[in-house]
Structures are given as C-alpha cells and as structure tokens.
Design a protein around this ligand. Structure first.
Ligand SMILES: C[S@@+](CC[C@H](N)C(=O)[O-])C[C@H]1O[C@@H](n2cnc3c(N)ncnc32)[C@H](O)[C@@H]1O
Length: 190
C-alpha cells in the first residue's frame, strides 16, 4: 500500500467503522472500503465498471452482507431498488469527481437517506484560490480524458451543501490535490 492510500485508509476506517444499517456505497471500485464495514450493516455497492465489480466481489469479507450492482448510481435499475428515506448511510469516496450528472446523484442521496441518515464523503475538489482554480479549469478537459472521466474542478463541497446537506463534521486538506471529507445529515425542513 502506498503512502497516499495508507493515509486514506485511516480516513476510510475512521468514517466507516461505526456505520450501521442499510448503506449505499457509490462507485465501490475494487471494494477497498468493504473491509471497514461493521457487522450490523447491509450494503448495496454500485459499480458500473464490470472489471472493477469483478475485483470488488473478491473483496467481500466472509459473513458480510454486501451486494454489488453493476450500474452507475443514477441508473434506473438502482433507483428501482432503493425506496425513498430507506438508507442509514450513503458512502462516496473518490467518486463524485467522475459521476456524470453529479447534481442528480446528490439529489438521489438526499431522497434515499432517512431523515436521520448520514452522507459520508472523501473527495478531491476544485482549489479554493482563484489562480489555482483557473489552472485546474484549464487542464481539466485533458485530465478528464486521461483520468477516466475524473474532473479536477468540481465544487463538490458546495454541491452537497446546496442540495440541503449540513455537515456534522467537515475537513479541508491538501494531499497533492485539495481534498474534502465530511459527514452530513439532511437539513431539517421548516
Ligand atoms: C477512483 S474510483 C474510486 C473507487 C473507491 N470508491 C475508492 O474509494 O477507492 C471511482 C469509481 O467510480 C466509479 N464510477 C464512475 N461513474 C460512476 C457512476 N455513475 N456511478 C457509480 N460509480 C461510478 C468508477 O467505475 C470507479 O470504480
């Protein structure tokens, strides 16, 4: 494991180990988060890449309750199996930079989470300084091509808050790119 993933691994454990109940993991990749889920969890992991999904299946720990769906998060097949206000947590690590129509995905998270549910994020975001932000905007089209659809310049922190999520914990930090992690709940209505 490289230094970068070692740091991330601590963050993943810290944010995921106490979750309970029904969880949606978005873009599970190779299933790196699966080891961190506790016993009282039932996880639907969506992953549109068949190759990644195959690798993730091999990482499902014995005795855990993890189902992988080979779809993007906004696919109708996913929407059809997740009732509104049914989830205790949505987990998105290193994914919202890539998801097409990220606003719709975030709206779906809001709709699918119980009022007491949590959204857990670790994502890289657009730099906050004007010059760096502009540089990232400039290189993004090329980056997106070589980076499998990854965008360097998404204001994911703002998108989450604009969609009605409130952080109970949030942290901004630099690990080569500007990163943002947080735990969010739905803003109370009224
Ligand atoms: C950089 S990987 C992150 C994997 C893992 N979540 C992690 O923390 O290492 C991004 C993943 O998002 C997946 N992805 C891309 N578009 C997606 C979508 N629309 N819905 C869900 N996952 C998507 C990719 O296939 C890829 O496996």
């Amino acid at each position: 494991m490289g230094q970068f993933e070692k740091k991330l691994s601590k963050k993943r454990r810290g944010l995921l180990a106490d979750l309970e109940g029904k969880i949606l993991e978005v873009g599970a990749g190779t299933g790196i988060n699966f080891q961190f889920y506790g016993k009282n969890t039932e996880v639907i992991a969506v992953e549109p890449s068949l190759d990644m999904a195959k690798r993730a299946r091999l990482k499902i720990p014995n005795g855990s309750n993890i189902t992988i769906m080979e779809h993007g998060v906004n696919a109708q097949a996913v929407i059809d199996v997740i009732p509104n206000e049914s989830l205790d947590a949505v987990v998105s690590t290193l994914v919202l930079c890539t998801v097409p129509n990220v606003e719709l995905a975030i709206q779906n998270f809001y709709k699918w989470l119980k009022p007491s549910g949590k959204l857990i994020l670790i994502e890289h975001i657009r730099p906050k300084t004007s010059l760096k932000g502009k540089v990232f905007d400039f290189i993004n089209p090329a980056w997106k091509v070589v980076g499998d659809g990854c965008n360097l310049n998404r204001n994911t922190d703002q998108l989450i808050k604009n969609a009605g999520f409130v952080p109970t914990y949030e942290k901004y930090y630099d690990m080569g790119l500007p990163w943002y992690e947080g735990v969010f709940t739905r803003r109370k209505k009224g």
